[in-house]
Design a binder for this molecule. Structure first.
Ligand code: OSB
Ligand code: MG
Length: 369
């Protein structure tokens, strides 16, 4: 089979509130939405890129360029028998994984829709609900943070992650722990710390956290392996795990106790699933992270998170935690047990609101075979 047509759209869709990490902030989504067409069927994917190279090296401009100049033409030229072939189609391209993921995820959705199965089924998912929490950005003061967390708990979320950085780590964590002694709580420093901060990071051990996510450099595995031996809180890698080999290296070096899986960071659902499988074989739990995706990327993430080794709550909150209005007509809502239901319809299950998508599209490009 050949992909006949690819449509790229760079959107601008405001978030309900600013999301701030240790090194940058987001006021809205600048994602690239990808549509692929073949044999009368359509698939949708998303590259959850942003305005700057802060989380990884990519931006909406680099992803657009890669998709337009290299990845799109390569995909249109390829003969494809299934979504797993896309990894090989892009094998010559270094890095640029979010750009690859937008296209690869759209091809998965396309095949699921053509085969009349859900994306979760096609991926081998085993759950009908996935456990989720909320990732809370850095706030101006502790009172605001507590108020924000209280709001999410009132919404029904049973796990909270907070973003931390030097000067905003021990005290905010202590304040939340004092107020909610039994809350499932974890922290994420987004690569702002150094191994020399180990004694400081050790102070977080007193708060009974589920995990400490990616404190050290974005491409580090070596120092994380040292840090892991110095702290009690389970160490989780996010940014550093960009391929199945990176996961294997981290496991063999004993650099983490937990892995955060984001298929966009890894460049494809096929490789994300491979990491899930090899972590499972090594007894390492995984959980599904998030990149503040629109309803299109969110539905894809929920499908992947239905695989069995996703054993900690995901950063996949209901759409209204991110957007007042999303580009899908069937947003996820939170179930009473802090889960999202895995869509049972065909494909990812996302129903795209094409009129609204048109409204938020900043730039559009069509590629044909
Ligand atoms: O490190 O997990 C992260 C958002 C943007 C970039 C990086 C991260 C995040 C989040 C948000 O933590 C998770 C979500 O989508 O809710
Ligand atoms: Mg993270």
């Amino acid at each position: 089979m050949k992909i006949e047509r690819i449509e790229l759209r760079r959107i601008s869709l405001p978030y309900v509130s600013r999301f701030e990490t240790s090194g940058w902030f987001h006021d809205g989504s600048d994602a690239i939405i990808v549509r692929v067409d073949a044999d009368g069927a359509t698939g949708w994917g998303e590259s959850p890129v942003s305005d700057g190279p802060w989380y990884n090296e990519e931006t909406y401009e680099t992803a657009w360029l890669m998709q337009k100049k290299f990845l799109g033409p390569m995909l249109l030229a390829a003969e494809i028998t299934g979504p797993e072939d896309v990894r090989n189609v892009f094998a010559r391209v270094r890095a640029n994984r979010m750009a690859r993921f937008g296209l690869e995820s759209a091809v998965w959705d396309l095949f699921a829709r053509m085969q009349n199965v859900s994306l979760a089924q096609l991926l081998g998912g085993t759950r009908d609900r996935v456990s989720v929490g909320v990732s809370v950005g850095i706030k101006k003061d502790i009172a605001t943070l507590l108020e924000t967390v209280e709001g999410y708990l009132a919404d029904g979320y049973k796990r909270i992650k907070i973003k931390i950085k030097p000067g905003w780590d021990i005290e905010p964590t202590r304040a939340i722990r004092q107020r909610w002694p039994d809350l499932l709580l974890q922290v994420d420093g987004n690569s702002i710390y150094h191994l020399s901060d180990a004694d400081h990071l050790k102070e977080l051990d007193q708060f009974d956290l589920l995990l400490n996510e990616q404190p050290l450099d974005h491409d580090d595995i070596f120092d994380h392996a040292k840090l892991k031996k110095m702290i009690k809180t389970p160490l989780c890698l996010d940014e550093s795990i960009v391929s199945p080999d990176h996961a294997r290296w981290a496991i063999e070096l004993d650099a983490c106790g937990v892995i955060n899986i984001k298929p966009s960071r890894i460049g494809g659902l096929a490789d994300a699933r491979a990491i899930h499988d090899l972590a499972q074989a090594a007894g390492i739990p995984v959980w599904h992270g998030g990149m503040l995706e629109t309803g299109i990327g969110r539905a894809i993430n929920v499908a992947l998170a239905s695989l069995p080794n996703f054993s900690l709550p995901s950063d996949i909150s209901a759409n209204d935690r991110y957007f007042h209005r999303d580009i899908v007509t069937n947003p996820f809502t939170l179930n009473e047990d802090s889960t999202l239901s895995v869509p049972v319809g065909v494909g990812s299950g996302a129903i795209v609101d094409e009129a609204f998508l048109d409204e938020v599209t900043q730039e559009r490009l069509e590629l044909r075979a």
